[in-house]
Design a protein around this ligand. Structure first.
Ligand code: SF4
Length: 101
């Protein structure tokens, strides 16, 4: 078995770090957030982490903390963009050749 959620978390650079650095109290952003973003940048599992977070945060939960190399605000924007793109693809009329026209 490869790349199960448990497997990739074993390689996470944040695994042994203080979670407060990734999820600081409101008003405590700044140095902790920059430290977390720098760690994420160097993290070998950043891409799978980001996709996992995007999946978790799509819907009602919303985005919180730093993760996957992005701030919560950046991930929320990524979710909005992907959602708009998905809606746009759903509403794009089929090409006449495909639609039988
Ligand atoms: S990308 Fe960042 S939040 Fe994700 S596992 Fe790596 S260090 Fe942790």
């Amino acid at each position: 078995m490869t790349d199960t959620p448990i497997d990739w978390r074993l390689d996470a650079l944040c695994a042994d770090s203080n979670p407060d650095l990734w999820f600081p109290e409101p008003g405590q952003w700044g140095k902790p957030q920059q430290f977390a973003l720098d760690q994420c940048k160097a993290c070998p599992v950043r891409e799978i982490c980001l996709e996992n977070l995007i999946q978790q945060e799509t819907g009602e939960g919303g985005s919180h903390g730093t993760g996957g190399g992005l701030t919560a605000k950046e991930r929320a924007e990524m979710i909005r963009v992907r959602s708009r793109e998905a809606e746009s693809e759903d509403s794009t009329p089929l090409h006449p050749d495909v639609a039988g026209g």
